[in-house]
Design a binder for this molecule. Structure first.
Ligand code: SF4
Ligand code: MG
Length: 324
């Protein structure tokens, strides 16, 4: 395994109490594999990724348990300096909002080139040439002319390509993309997602795609981990999960995707709101919203039940759910 997160716990101390953002997350991704992490906002998907990257704001965010094994090393045991070397060179992150991640007063060529100057000791001229190559590679038209342009001179989609170029510049083993296409319109979303998938195959990277939108990741992910209230409630190969979800929450998410063959029908929406992380419901955290909930759901936390060799569901009644 390239990356293995084991039983990770993260909490945030706030004035009003402790928010339990991540409550025992275990997941892994291999080289050349794409894992989609799916959930509503506040499910803990971004916080888990930030813990992996080592960019959790501390305080108030605090890792209170677990391991993050990357190429066999526990990142939580590294000194900050070693950690910094891993970040950027061996793993990189792409965020939703390229405009706020890029420096507005430095031209994109210099921002891309700086990666090679800082990490590879290249001279400015060579670094600039590499920047043009990278822009070509992420298919920014007219890279040679545009290398001196500033971030605001690019469209949203092109800016996101520049972010992808930055992320792959040093050929990291792992890329984490947090809602990389959410700010873009639908056709551009698909193009950016295709590009990411293509580069991932070419470099044989591990890719973690964080999203709230199951539709966006369906074509590119190998596996999906569905998160709710800081836990993974279902994890499965993407096609299995689509065919028959083994958790009522996943079923709700699937039923709320618009489908061409159901035009005109009213879309299903999961009732209620995601839980307050300072007061996570007892038993199964999903029980107040679950159409299948029974008494035991209010008292007993469902463990990750093994559905098949490469599939798990944290629902006491996963069998019933699977049978539809
Ligand atoms: Fe619903 Fe109970 Fe399954 Fe939780 S354990 S998802 S409440 S049926
Ligand atoms: Mg987020």
């Amino acid at each position: 395994m390239l990356l293995e997160v084991r039983d990770l716990h993260v909490e945030f101390r706030t004035r009003d109490g402790i928010a339990r953002a991540v409550n025992g997350v275990t997941y892994g991704v291999d080289a050349g594999e794409t894992l989609a992490v799916l959930g509503e906002s506040g499910s803990g998907k971004s916080v888990t990724a930030q813990a992996v990257m080592g960019i959790l704001d501390t305080p108030p965010g605090r890792i209170t348990g677990g391991e993050i094994l990357f190429q066999g090393r526990d990142l939580l045991k590294l000194k900050e300096e070693e950690r910094r070397k891993v970040r950027g060179a061996e793993m990189a992150m792409i965020f939703q909002d390229a405009l706020s991640s890029l420096n507005p007063v430095v031209c994109v060529g210099d921002q891309l080139g700086e990666m090679f100057v800082v990490h590879r000791g290249m001279g400015k001229k060579d670094a600039r040439a590499r920047a043009v190559e990278l822009m070509d590679q992420v298919r920014i038209p007219g890279a040679k002319e545009r290398v001196k342009d500033y971030p605001h001179q690019f469209s949203g989609g092109m800016r996101q390509r520049i972010m992808i170029a930055m992320a792959i510049a040093l050929e990291p083993a792992l890329i984490i993309a947090d809602e990389p296409t959410t700010a873009l319109d639908v056709t551009v979303q698909a193009q950016v997602m295709d590009l990411l998938a293509e580069l991932q195959r070419e470099y044989h990277m591990g890719l973690i795609l964080i999203t709230h939108d199951l539709g966006v990741v369906a074509d590119v992910a190998d596996r999906i981990a569905v998160m709710y209230a800081g836990r993974i409630v279902e994890s499965a190969p993407v096609h299995d999960l689509y065919k028959a979800p083994a958790h009522p929450y996943t079923r709700g998410l699937l039923d709320s995707i618009p489908r061409l063959d159901q035009k005109g029908q009213e879309l299903y929406a999961i009732k209620g709101l995601p839980p307050n992380l300072m007061h996570i419901p007892s038993g199964c955290a999903f029980h107040p919203r679950c159409p299948m909930a029974r008494d035991v759901c209010r008292t007993d936390v469902p463990p990750p039940y093994e559905v098949s060799e490469d599939r798990a569901s944290a629902c006491h009644f996963w069998r019933e759910c699977l049978d539809g």
